[in-house]
Design a protein around this ligand. Structure first.
Ligand code: ZN
Length: 101
């Protein structure tokens, strides 16, 4: 079961967007670890955050991967997810300044 919202929390607020990508690490020894989910807007933040966690030894080292949520459990063939961003109508979410997390 996947979470129904993006895993990112910034400034104490949970991101309200629906998840669009599953974040995983494929470690150098072949293991695969699912870390959470993210919306397309936070995808780059997540990559930076995961790299920081890897540098700190908190999560396995390896390749950070993003798998489209919609490609899981359906037979749909999707276009490039980057062409399907539809979160503009959500509104209300602003990134907190860095240092407030
Ligand atoms: Zn998000």
């Amino acid at each position: 079961m996947l979470p129904n919202r993006c895993s990112i929390k910034q400034g104490g607020r949970q991101c309200p967007n629906p998840p669009e990508f599953i974040i995983s690490i494929t470690s150098d020894d072949g293991g695969e670890y699912m870390l959470g989910v993210t919306c397309s807007r936070h995808r780059r933040d997540v990559r930076e955050e995961v790299q920081r966690l890897q540098d700190g030894g908190k999560v396995a080292r390896g390749t950070i991967g993003f798998t489209s949520v919609k490609s899981v459990g359906t037979d749909c063939i999707r276009a490039d997810p980057d062409e399907l961003v539809q979160i503009d109508g959500q509104g209300g979410w602003e990134r907190a300044p860095d240092g407030q997390r």
